[in-house]
Design a protein around this ligand. Structure first.
Ligand code: NAD
Length: 271
């Protein structure tokens, strides 16, 4: 799938991994719809992208794409549909990147940080149900487009990239809700990919390790550095641009489908 000339819908596009992916796809010539909670950050970021224009990659200056912010909570069918409609209004929706998510910790026992049932449900609702909500509404819009030629032959309508976490595989103490939500995202990747293959749409999940984003900012700097040193290589936290580069590669590689890819520098989290 060619990025240039495509339209991408990016949830959580106002911050962290989603914002970096929006920039990467925009620079490669995709118009981007940033869907995030209603705040001034998303609108300001879209303005910033439009003002700077795409920064040419490898000497190639793409045709002028657009960046648009749509306030949308991924748990709302109505708001996600409005974001999908905004994307379709810009051209054929070919790329969906689900980055919206929260990581609320909480344990089962003990006086500090016991996880209330409502918190568990909220994490599942945003990370898992919200991702599914975007997948189903976006897939319906993508399925209605004409397929596009892919680089090495064949054609496809688009690709949906979801974001799990290494917590899906080695969740730590205090992460039952987050790990369950991300495990669900990883588990639904294959059935979604198998079904949507019939509509020439791929589904791939990225399971990041530890990345330098506002989600990690709650941790003190020395704790972040210490975590970074536990990454076998490159012995630091991941950079959002590294997530964005993998997302761009997934878009361009038609053989990548139904897979959950760890992007974690080979770290395996202890308890
Ligand atoms: P972030 O907090 O910087 O960005 C998350 C974005 O999601 C925010 O802009 C937030 O407003 C948005 N969001 C939250 N709830 C939403 C909702 N209901 N509807 C719409 N938008 C909503 O965090 P990030 O690190 O960029 O995380 C992006 C994704 O990557 C998340 O799914 C997260 O779980 C996952 N992840 C992050 C890391 C990491 O180390 N940063 C590791 C593994 C997985």
């Amino acid at each position: 799938m060619e990025i240039e000339g495509s339209v991408a819908l990016i949830t959580g596009g106002a911050s962290g991994l989603g914002a970096a992916t929006a920039r990467r796809l925009f620079d490669a010539g995709a118009s981007v719809v940033l869907a995030d909670l209603g705040s001034s950050a998303g609108a300001a970021y879209a303005d910033e992208l439009n003002a700077a224009g795409p920064q040419s990659l490898a000497g190639h200056q793409p045709a002028a794409p657009k960046a648009v912010f749509i306030p949308a909570d991924v748990t709302s069918e109505e708001q996600v549909q409005a974001a999908v409609d905004a994307a379709v209004g810009l051209g054929p929706l070919r790329i969906v990147v689900n980055c919206a998510g929260i990581a609320t910790p909480g344990k089962v026992l003990g006086r500090d940080g016991v996880l209330p049932l409502e918190t568990f449900q909220r994490v599942i609702q945003i990370n898992l149900v919200g991702t599914f909500n975007v997948v189903r509404l976006a897939a319906a819009a993508m399925a209605a487009t004409e397929p596009a030629a892919t680089g090495l032959g064949g054609e496809e309508r688009g690709v949906i990239i979801n974001t799990a976490s290494v917590a899906a595989f080695d969740g730590q103490i205090g992460q039952p809700a987050y790990a369950a939500s991300k495990g669900g995202v990883a588990a639904m990747t294959l059935p979604l990919a198998r079904e949507l293959a019939r509509s020439l749409i791929r589904v791939v999940t990225i399971a990041p390790g530890l990345f330098e984003t506002p989600m990690m900012a709650g941790l003190p700097q020395d704790a972040q550095e210490s975590l970074g040193r536990q990454v076998p290589h490159p012995s630091r936290l991941g950079r959002p641009a590294e997530y964005a580069n993998l997302a761009a590669h997934i878009v361009e590689n038609a053989m990548l489908n139904g897979e959950t890819i760890r992007l974690d520098g080979a770290i395996r989290m202890g308890p």
